[in-house]
Design a protein around this ligand. Structure first.
Ligand code: SUD
Ligand code: ADP
Length: 480
């Protein structure tokens, strides 16, 4: 029977939880059954993982989910975990579990991870022996890497003597293979406009908070010097896409002549680019800018240009005022046109981000006659004390975009709702994941809600460290 493996969608979360409930029935009578029957997947955690692209689903011929695999990044560094892999019992023995496992491992390898870990049962045919067949080996369970999982087992009364931990090493992606890079979204925790420059750009003050959620960029090196975007992004033809413009700018900076001369020059710096958009376009979450920054940072590594961060940030500034913060990869206090950055360490917070499905054109808002563009300057301490939280665009966007106003009003019922950048996305800071998920669960159908975590270090920087480590390992193996 044919089946298809795809990235899971948020709408499939209930179906996947139901698959887990069915799959666990196979453990009836096993000593682990009491703890399996007492626990089930928290749907909000699965939902969050789906939003981050960490879940793949197997679909049958009727496009119904029949199995899934869920990766977790809790271990940190170059190690990724398999949180869950389940197939409906009636679809067992058909290679679906194996295909899901291989898909997840292939993605992890492309993302620069060097090892996949999991905990499973030693005495169940479709557990440890299945993973052993697929390249996993039993490892020392006293390794501190598994202390947290074993502590959880103890709390759940899970039979520790039957638990084994297994690892599978992943090789570094080869020169001509796809690699995967994150492009995180940002929020503006406040935004003030303090003046206008002769070139029409505005002087502003803002705090950029980077999120642990965003787009995914896939890159594959080409040896013919061409820069090619694959796939369609509605409203963004390839030649205007910031990912293509970023690659071209870097190529030019690296001294590569324009495409007409490329063949003659025997130039090799080219790339295929795929973009998986998750960040709403024109949403004030900086998606296009982040995509561009990811291409600059990733190609600097893949093309082995070794350009300094300052150089990449300056190239980024030429593409858009918001690009430098994503290149530098940390939350920051920003001034100038948004490119003069002071790193800021912010408390750990979850954010409810609401997309009212309304694209707001940034340039038009900066031109609005009613925009306050002579605000007094704020200070970092006025922001830190919680005094400065306003967004200069909010009154203008409220008046011009009723859907955004409705989203602000709805979210405002739970606390202080703010606009990000020039909108249309709005957000609220929550002290806990539970509080954030309680709010998102009530989101009206007209909007889309997302829970995201604020991070001090961008997922792009984490990915860069992984890919650098993988490249070093390859050079060592090759004796280069
Ligand atoms: C408003 C902010 C806040 O973070 O974010 P978004 O809402 O776009 O996410 C940014 O300042 C947007 O940055 P970005 O989207 O990179 O701007 P650019 O492409 O450089 O410029 C888009 C348009 O906005 C105007 N612009 C931008 C930045 C700035 N400091 N002053 C401006 O007047 C420019 O005139 C340009 O026509
Ligand atoms: N890779 C890209 N992703 C999103 N938008 C892009 C991209 N390349 C160019 N754009 C253009 O930039 C505009 C603003 O995009 P985006 O960065 O998503 O929003 P915002 O500036 O509001 O944060 C889009 O409407 C689109 O026309």
């Amino acid at each position: 029977m044919a089946f298809l493996i795809e990235r899971a969608e948020p709408s499939q979360v209930d179906a996947l939880c139901a698959i887990e409930r069915q799959a666990v029935q196979l453990f009836r009578g096993h000593p682990a059954w009491p703890s399996y029957s007492a626990m089930s997947i928290p749907p909000e955690l699965l939902q969050q993982a789906i939003g981050r692209g960490l879940v793949w689903v197997a679909l049958n011929e009727a496009a119904a989910p029949v199995g899934f695999v869920w990766l977790d990044t809790d271990a940190g560094g170059a190690v990724i975990g398999i949180a869950e892999i389940d197939v409906l019992p009636e679809y067992g023995q058909r290679g679906i579990g194996a295909a899901l496992l291989e898909r997840a491992c292939a993605w992890a390898r492309a993302a620069g991870y060097r090892r996949v870990d999991l905990g499973t049962l030693a005495d169940v045919r479709w557990n440890a022996p299945f993973y052993a067949k697929h390249g996993f080996a039993v490892v020392d369970k006293d390794d501190p890497a598994f202390a947290y999982a074993r502590q959880r087992d103890r709390e759940n009364g899970f039979p520790d003597h039957l638990r084994v931990f297994m690892s599978r090493p992943l090789s570094a992606p080869g020169h001509d293979e796809w690699t995967v890079w994150p492009a995180p979204a940002k929020l503006n925790l406040f935004l003030r406009i303090t003046g206008r420059r002769p070139d029409g750009y505005h002087e502003l003050q803002t705090v950029f908070r980077l999120l642990d959620w965003g787009d995914e960029i896939r890159l594959r090196l080409r040896d013919d010097g061409e820069i090619r975007r694959h796939g369609e992004i509605p409203g963004v033809p390839a030649h205007t896409d910031l990912v293509v413009r970023a690659a071209q700018l870097l190529q030019q900076h690296a001294g590569v002549p324009h495409s007409a001369d490329i063949e003659h020059a025997g130039v090799s710096l080219g790339v295929d680019i795929e973009v998986e958009k998750r960040i709403p376009m024109g949403g004030g979450l900086g998606g296009g800018s982040s995509d561009a920054a990811t291409v600059l940072v990733a190609l600097n590594q893949l093309w082995q240009l070794d350009l300094a961060e300052d150089v990449l940030a300056e190239l980024g500034r030429q593409l858009g005022a918001d690009v430098p913060v994503f290149v530098r990869g940390g939350s920051a206090w920003a001034e100038g046109i948004g490119e003069q950055l002071t790193p800021l360490s912010l408390p750990s917070r979850h954010y409810v981000v609401i997309d009212p499905h309304e694209s707001v054109p940034t340039a038009a808002l900066f031109q609005a006659s009613e925009l306050t563009r002579n605000a007094p300057r704020a200070t970092i301490s006025s922001f830190v004390s919680g005094e400065t939280t306003e967004n200069a665009f909010a009154p203008v966007v409220r008046a011009r975009h009723p859907r955004v106003a409705a989203a602000l009003d709805w979210l405002g019922g739970f606390g202080q709702a703010r606009l990000s950048g020039s909108g249309g996305c709005v957000f609220l800071e929550a002290k806990s994941f539970d509080r954030a998920t309680t709010i998102t669960a009530r989101c009206p159908a007209a909007f889309t809600a997302q829970v995201a975590m604020g991070v001090d270090v961008s997922p792009l920087q984490d990915a860069l460290a992984r890919h650098r480590g993988a490249a070093r390992a390859t050079r060592t193996t090759d004796g280069r």
